[in-house]
Design a protein around this ligand. Structure first.
Ligand SMILES: NC(=O)C1=CN([C@@H]2O[C@H](COP(=O)(O)OP(=O)(O)OC[C@H]3O[C@@H](n4cnc5c(N)ncnc54)[C@H](OP(=O)(O)O)[C@@H]3O)[C@@H](O)[C@H]2O)[C@@H](O)CC1
Ligand SMILES: Nc1ncnc2c1ncn2[C@@H]1O[C@H](COP(=O)(O)OP(=O)(O)O)[C@@H](O)[C@H]1O
Ligand SMILES: [K+]
Length: 530
């Protein structure tokens, strides 16, 4: 599991060591980690270390200090290093170390930004060490002008790579909100722990790969601000049938999806659910949609009864419903009122009661979340939500009381308690019609299999209502991995929603096998019948 913290949390964790006079030690550890990561990256790209050209953009604070010390280490390895002091001053000890190591210094105040930008664009390595966790807002003044010019010069003639020191300057370490200009990094080397802003869009757009360098503050961290499930966590959370399992003990998902206008959504939701290990899917909907579901997925049991008459362990409602599908929307509301774990997707979102419970998982994309929040008195439009995804997801969970999964390149799942998961396992090819219906089916299947206790989540120290968020994150991870595997199988080519569903069992098997190389898992998460 990747645990990410706000800048404030990281600074609080540093505090006891700073009070003990270890500030410079921490900075040198950070800088060593940064320099080593740069050498590793150069080697991986088949580039020479000796003689490589490095430009460090250094602010006047401790972030600049990290960058200058790292450049001093690189100079000692024979690299040609230049520092641009973006505020006309540098961290005194780090700057002295850099100059002793033979580095060249430019003061941005006295230089032509055009020339510096061109030199930076020609460098093999650019280190962005202007702003770190102490930043207030985006880059200002001449530093902003320089970064803008570098972005442009690199677009025309850049050939090296950019490494962000702790975080890309201009990205908010807590929220991931970004103020242009921001120099997009290929790699972010971050200290002590990942910052939550690196795992949420748009911050993640600028961060590239994230590499964490431990600096000795790790024992001081509180509960993480954002978490990300990795393969071993996913394998530990995936349910598996007990030896004497039967279809009912494995969980039944009821699906209220699809309409005359969008019948395919019902099929895709059912296909997602069937692929994600559920014992049975019961479908409720208009006869013509039920016919299509039966033809496409003969495994699905179509029912004519009411929500109350259908015995299930979880519900999925809303995929492919429009505002005029009154019968389906009435069923969706009954399912939400049933007290069972429920995924509420797409067309169900505008029909929700204002207050919900954490076992109801909402799955909006940014546009749907904007509509939902506006109904609750918010003013954000889609663009505002895309500019501050972490705050929007948390806000929606707090206002509704539900678990909120905000879809996107980084999919965020917020629990009403404030716990957040961020999954980015997929590929942009997942942005295809019907992909969200498959995701809703996958999460529904996982809820149906979880059972009332969901004890196995204790392995992740997930407690209370946070378990619904963990299960939704598990679904997002599986969906993302399936999409990526399906695209990889076609050498990185496009995928369709149906192909994502077909790839779910393989992604499930692969992640389980990687973490349990001895063979399939025997752990059972089956639950008593209700
Ligand atoms: N504590 C430690 O020992 C360790 C810390 N570590 C490292 O330190 C980083 C945090 O360092 P930090 O607290 O010095 O803040 P930092 O991010 O460098 O920025 C503050 C400076 O920038 C300025 N400034 C602010 N906003 C601005 C803007 N919008 N545009 C322009 N300027 C702006 C602000 O000036 P002011 O506005 O106050 O005049 C101030 O001078 C952290 O990310 C990590 O890399 C690690 O080495 C581990 C050990
Ligand atoms: N750029 C992207 N990179 C990775 N995944 C994406 C990207 N854009 C969208 N996705 C994923 O694709 C799915 C799209 O869902 P949704 O917008 O509901 O589509 P639809 O309504 O057509 O089914 C979500 O799981 C989302 O996280
Ligand atoms: K930085």
């Amino acid at each position: 599991m990747i645990s990410a913290f706000t800048g404030t949390q990281v600074r609080a964790a540093e505090e006891p060591l700073l009070a003990a006079g270890l500030g410079d030690v921490l900075m040198q550890r950070a800088a060593h980690g940064l320099a080593n990561a740069i050498i590793t990256e150069l080697r991986a790209r088949g580039r020479r270390i000796y003689g490589a050209r490095v430009v460090v953009l250094a602010g006047k604070g401790n972030n600049g200090g990290d960058g200058l010390y790292a450049a001093a280490f690189l100079a000692a390895r024979g690299m040609r290093t230049t520092a641009v002091l973006t505020s006309g001053a540098g961290h005194p000890q780090a700057l002295a170390a850099f100059e002793r190591a033979g580095g060249r210094t430019h003061d941005l105040a006295g230089a032509a930004p055009g020339g510096l930008a061109a030199e930076t664009a020609r460098a093999d390595v650019v280190i962005d060490a202007i702003l770190g966790t102490g930043a207030k807002g985006g880059l200002r003044g001449s530093a902003a002008g320089l970064v803008k010019a570098i972005v442009e010069a690199r677009r025309q003639a850049g050939h090296g790579f950019v490494v962000a020191c702790d975080l890309p300057s201009g990205v908010d370490s807590d929220t991931g909100a970004a103020v242009e200009p921001v120099l997009a990094a290929d790699l972010t080397v971050t200290f002590g722990a990942a910052k939550s802003g690196l795992l949420a869009d748009p911050g993640a757009d600028y961060s590239g790969r994230v590499h964490v360098v431990p600096i000795g503050i790790e024992d001081n961290f509180p509960r993480p601000s954002v978490r990300r499930l990795e393969s071993a966590d996913i394998a530990g959370l995936l349910p598996g049938p007990a030896r004497r399992a039967h279809k009912y003990s494995r969980g039944v998902l009821g699906v209220v999806a699809g309409s005359a206008t969008y019948p395919g959504a019902a099929v895709l939701a059912c296909r997602g659910a069937l692929a994600a290990g559920v014992g049975m899917v019961r479908y409720l909907g208009p006869p013509e949609v039920a016919d299509l579901v039966r033809q496409s997925c003969p495994e699905v049991v179509c029912s004519t009864g009411s929500v109350a008459e259908n015995r299930v362990q979880a519900w999925l409602v809303g995929s492919g419903l429009g505002p005029d599908d009154h019968d389906q929307l009435a069923r969706a509301r009954d399912a939400i009122d049933s007290g069972l774990p429920t995924v509420a997707d797409a067309g169900a979102l505008p029909a929700l009661p204002d207050r919900l419970a954490p076992h109801v998982v909402l799955t909006p994309h940014a546009g749907e979340l904007a509509t939902l929040l506006q109904r609750l008195g918010g003013t954000e439009d889609r663009a505002a939500i895309e500019a501050a995804t972490l705050e929007a997801a948390r806000d929606a969970a707090a206002r509704t009381g539900a678990t909120v999964l905000l879809k996107g390149a980084s999919t965020l799942v917020a629990a009403p308690s404030g716990d957040v998961y961020s999954q980015a396992d997929g590929t942009p090819w997942l942005a295809t019609a019907g992909s969200g219906d498959v995701l809703a089916g996958v999460i529904g299947a996982l809820l149906a299999q979880a059972g009332p206790g969901v004890e196995h989540l204790n392995e992740l120290a997930v407690d209370g209502d946070g378990r619904w968020a963990a299960l939704a994150a598990l679904g997002a991870a599986l969906h993302g991995k399936a999409g990526r595997a399906a695209s990889d199988a076609n050498s990185g080519g496009p995928i369709t929603a149906g192909v994502i569903a077909s790839a779910i069992p393989g992604a499930w098997g692969k992640v389980s096998m990687l973490s349990n190389p001895g063979g399939p898992k025997r752990k059972s998460h089956s639950h008593p019948l209700r």
